[in-house]
Write a protein that binds this ligand. Sequence first.
Ligand code: FAD
Length: 307
Amino acid sequence: MLGPVILAASRSDKMRRFVSSAPGTKQVVDRFIAGETVDDVLPVVQDAAAKGLEVTLDVVGEDITTREQAAAARDAYLELIDRLRDLGLGTRAEMSVKLSMFGQALEGGHELALANVRAVVEAAAAIGTTVTLDAEDHTTLDSMFAIHEELRKDFPGTGCVIQSYLFRTEDDARRLAASGSRVRLVKGAYKEPASVAFQDKAEIDKAYVRILKILMEGEGYPMIGTHDPRIISIAQELARRAGRKLDEYEFQMLYGIRSDEHLRLAAEGHRMRVYTAYGTDWYGYFMRRLAEKPANLLFFVRSMITK
Ligand code: FAD
């Protein structure tokens, strides 16, 4: 019940101001966000690498309103990639990007986001790594998939995300599996209407398994983005049945969530990639994490009261 209310609040400027300045917020935010600057996040990448984990790095931010902000977002990724190259971490870290942060919703935004993200994909390729396009709300997805297809002409390793809560996703999965793409499958984190998405958790989970089967049996590289223990064991079984070796798919989880499980899967020989978000514009990302688990909200409220 609380999830949709928190997701609605994630779009409110008033709530943004309140949450950002509330006492105790930082303590809770730190659980999910690996720092505010490149200097904060690089030791986290090094630590992950030392533990046998890979990362995908997200400079937090979304829904920007000017072309200058979009250019700044691109430049933040370019700086990150430079620093990863200097430390020889290029092959351990890939990038995750939200096209809304690159200007997708502005006038002429499709072309603008494509140009901005292309610069990041080129720089990533130059240090031997890749970029994955995150999935945002359903109104943005046709543009995201078109940009993904365009980028793949020159950079076939560019990945994208699909969300099992959307009715459209089985068809998207079939198309992407046939074209041999890297695809991260997640349940979906936005507030979507009943006209386009399952509302019932059991339906979303069942769809996840159906779509995962399509990806596992296809030509691409499935990236299993979930913390759900039941789905993780089903994924292992589907990979076995599809005859996939351990390096022919990977698990992905979010920084700060089920960290023991990251290590357990890596110790079993799986490729485990931790989605590691950092930066100052953490509000939307943080609110989605609260919405996913009401216990996080209780923890947040308690930390505000006890401050
Ligand atoms: P759930 O059934 O929600 O959770 C299973 C268990 O995981 C819970 O019981 C709990 O123990 C734990 N858990 C899950 N979430 C939390 C949390 N916030 N705090 C504490 N424990 C938690 N969504 C998008 O819409 N677009 C994207 O591009 C996107 N990228 C993602 C990338 C990665 C690597 C991952 C892991 C998720 C991503 N998501 C994205 C979020 C995703 O859609 C889900 O909202 C999120 O993963 C929770 O779903 P779940 O599969 O973990 O299953």
